[in-house]
Ligand binder design. Sequence first.
Ligand code: 7TS
Length: 424
Amino acid sequence: MSLYTAHVSTAPSSRNEGGLDIQRIRQDFPALHQKVNGKPLVYLDNGASAQKPQAVLDTLVHFYQHDYANIHRGVHSLSERATRAYEAARGVVQRFLNAREEREIIFVRGTTEAINLVAATYGRTNLSAGDEIVISAMEHHANIVPWQMLCEQLGAKLRVIPMDDRGVLDMQAYQDLLNHRTKLVAVVHLSNALGTLNPVEEIITLAHQHNIPVLLDGAQSAPHLKVDVQALDCDFFAFSGHKLYGPTGIGVLYGKAALLEQMPPYQGGGDMIEEVTFEKTTYASIPSRFEAGTPHIAGVIGLASAIQYVEQIGLQAIHAYTQTLLDYGTQRLQEVPGLRIIGTAPHKASILAFRIQDIHPHDIGTILDQEGVAIRAGHHCAQPVMQHYQLPATARASLSFYNTREEIDILVAALQKTVRIFSL
Ligand code: 7TS
């Protein structure tokens, strides 16, 4: 357990909303209790980044006030304490993902860096000209561009699983894409632009029948679903701390030990070596081999605190509760004249993307901000999804366990006001 367990705030005591005491939970998030443009803040931009509970803020302050020093190198007490907390955090992440071993957990800057790491190391050593990488039509740019760069360097090809207008992947087309040249499948678990929950178990099983490893982009799924990397049998899993109520600048790459052990280092520097001479350097074993330089020590410790906070509430309860909010929001949004939900897959979570008539999503976002409602408007770093729908942008409300039905009512009222303003 982390040294910092003592600083995680108490679990919710009385429970109501689907087993969760949401009002009690909201008390843990100082940022939620403010006015924006004179209105109580309604924060519905959790897909971009989530607010931080006091427990995480306390952990960061405590660490910097008492135990801060560089890790893995000091013989003094502070360095030893910082090192213990950093390595304990690896154990927290290992249990969170149900990884088999702690050394399968690599700390990186976020999902983006995790995917770039796999592309630059696994990709560069295992792919060559003519090989193929399969991604899906609903990827975030973080799970497109690193593979495109790799393909350009090697002369490899990017193949894309198509989707229908609901935002459901064509699984037959996926099966047809897999062949002896396919060297990796990299797909998003939960789409940030559409909210589709992809059938990742089936995707992984089919890829493994051809001995193809699978990377899951878990940036949106890790905060909403109980992820068990052993049960999923994914080969790599990437997520970001900041969407999981933790600090920015920290994230995780999970990789099966057998794969990570065969991968060359990503960056060279301190802490990733065994021995350095001017003639030759030998590299440290995993996970250190992939953590060159002084890492984001406080970020790692803050992430562990965030994970412990989320686990106290329980991922199953979080998922069940946010599904009720998603259902309620889906139903209530239809009351807004001219509103069309973008992303209507039968299996969805946490994301409500929409258009209203020809009103530009940025205008919707600006009017909503005047009402204290924070949503995201734009292409959500998923331009190919926008191209599929022939839209430049969508508006998107993204949910957390700290959101309420009343907040959805405020969102709907603000959208109705938007429609009135534009029909004047
Ligand atoms: N993959 C998915 C599915 C994402 O939603 C995001 C961020 C990333 C990768 C990249 O994560 P990062 O932490 O490395 O930046 N998505 C969003 C979003 O939907 N709005 O802002 C960021």
